[in-house]
Design a protein around this ligand. Structure first.
Ligand code: GAR
Length: 222
């Protein structure tokens, strides 16, 4: 189909499975978006191999070469602007960004996080969820603001935590949902359906989900 596509700049640091999901949805023409540039701060990121396989332009910006965080951010901004990026998508990007970066792309930066924010921001959050003993966890796509894993929530997926889960099993259960909700959030954005009202993101004409509630473990009394 010949719809107008927005241009994405995707920031990665590691495996890039979320990047892969965006690539796959885009190649199947399920996204009104195409990836203009991928930037990795890690020269060894497997995400770079994914770019090679799919002929996607990629830049390596090794943060260790920059004495100041702000210099690294300025360089990223330059590359993203040169690629005409409409939306910045952080997909497993493990660097803290400075205010300079947020000012360059106001409410045009998305992030995905493997927890139900605002619970468990930061690192190793699947293990933290297990240690806390929560019965549900999940993932969140949000507009990124200054701070770590913070900003208006666009979409969340909930997964149950079962007895016997370890970090790997729970991470995989969450990651499967990440791969569904990130392309969806990008598509909502591309369709112009996201309206930010204070802290709340309204998704125009999204309808309502069926589930009235989720309980884990099950309620067996009436
Ligand atoms: C994903 O689980 C993503 O949510 C997480 O890093 C992983 C990257 O996987 N991001 C964060 O924790 C950000 N705070 P991927 O490289 O395979 O997409």
């Amino acid at each position: 189909m010949n719809r107008k596509k927005i241009r994405l700049g995707v920031l990665v640091s590691g495996s890039g499975s979320n990047l892969q999901s965006i690539i796959d949805h885009s190649e199947k023409d399920q996204l009104d978006a195409r990836i203009s540039i991928v930037i990795s701060n890690n020269p060894d990121a497997y995400a770079l191999e994914r770019c090679r396989r799919h002929n996607i332009p990629a830049a390596v910006l090794d943060h260790r070469a920059f004495p100041e965080r702000a210099d690294f951010d300025r360089q990223m901004i330059e590359i993203l602007h040169a690629s005409g990026v409409d939306l910045v998508v952080m997909a497993g990007f493990m660097r803290i960004l400075t205010p300079i970066f947020f000012r360059a792309f106001p409410m045009k930066i998305m992030n995905i996080h493997p927890a139900l924010l605002p619970s468990f921001p930061g690192l190793h959050v699947q293990q933290k969820a297990l240690d806390y003993g929560v019965k549900f966890s999940g993932c969140t796509v949000h507009f990124a603001e200054e701070g770590v894993d913070t900003g208006p929530v666009i979409i969340q997926a909930v997964v149950p935590v079962f007895e016997g889960d370890d970090e790997k099993i729970l991470s995989e259960r969450i990651l499967k949902e990440e791969h569904r909700i990130y392309p969806q959030a990008i598509q909502y954005y591309a369709e112009g359906r996201l309206e930010i009202i204070g802290r709340t993101v309204r998704v125009k004409s999204s309808g309502k989900i069926e589930a009235a509630s989720l309980v884990n473990p099950p309620v067996t009394i009436t």
